[in-house]
Design a protein around this ligand. Structure first.
Ligand code: MD3
Ligand code: FE
Length: 205
């Protein structure tokens, strides 16, 4: 199914479900090279979500701010490569949602456990705002909050479940969004975790 959340934002419900085992195996292989870690915000708070990356760069935050880096600061090695099967899934989903020619070069991987949340924010660290972001949700469900171009704009609530893909582009690309605190639970594919992959075009280092 294909459902419009807002202008430029489209949900493909269950679209990644058949590929979930392969996606989770790829995430495990990436995390073996670049472990999940809870990063610090510039304000000095440790995030409840654990993150890692694959691709030409990775998104990081520390006391100095948010940025993309070609090298994992924790290991001193380049981030693991973006697996072709993952890249293809994101490119196909983007095309289906009206964004042909999407060329993702990074994938940020978020790991939530019950009690984890992601506060209201915009994704503004990617210079090419004409490229959408493609997100894939796996495991435990989440309540996702989707707002407008200002922090206080009205918000819509949507449940994101195992296998859901969302494409965020056009006027939705800079919308404020948040993930509410994950409730305790167990999912056959991931046990007590929610994994979210976001495919992005970060551009040249
Ligand atoms: C709307 N991740 O990694 S995915 C993030 O579920 C992030 O882990 C959430 O927000 C998660 O930055 C949400 C859905 C999503 C991702 C990027 C967006 C929605 C977006 C960028 C612009 C607008
Ligand atoms: Fe985000």
């Amino acid at each position: 199914s294909r459902e419009t959340l807002a202008e430029g934002a489209m949900i493909l419900r269950g679209r990644a479900r058949s590929q979930a085992p392969a996606l989770l195996a790829a995430v495990a292989a990436i995390a073996a090279e670049a472990p999940f870690r809870r990063m610090m915000t510039p304000g000095g708070l440790t995030m409840s979500v654990a993150m890692t990356n694959c691709g030409a760069q990775g998104w990081v935050t520390d006391r100095h701010g948010y940025r993309y880096t070609p090298v994992d600061p924790q290991t001193g090695r380049p981030w693991p490569a973006l697996p072709e099967a993952l890249r293809r899934l994101a490119v196909e989903a983007a095309a289906e949602a009206g964004f042909p020619g999407f060329s993702p070069d990074v994938c940020l991987i978020n790991r939530y456990e019950p009690g984890s949340k992601l506060s209201l924010h915009q994704d503004r660290d990617e210079p090419d705002r004409s490229a959408p972001i493609v997100s894939v949700s796996l495991g435990l469900p989440a309540v996702f909050l989707f707002g407008g171009l200002t922090r206080d704009a009205p918000k819509t609530r949507t449940r994101l479940a195992h296998g859901d893909i969302v494409v965020w582009g056009g006027p939705s690309r800079l919308a404020y969004h948040a993930v509410q605190t994950i409730k305790p639970g167990s999912h056959p594919a991931t046990a007590d975790q929610r994994i979210n992959l976001t495919f992005r075009k970060a551009g040249p280092p």
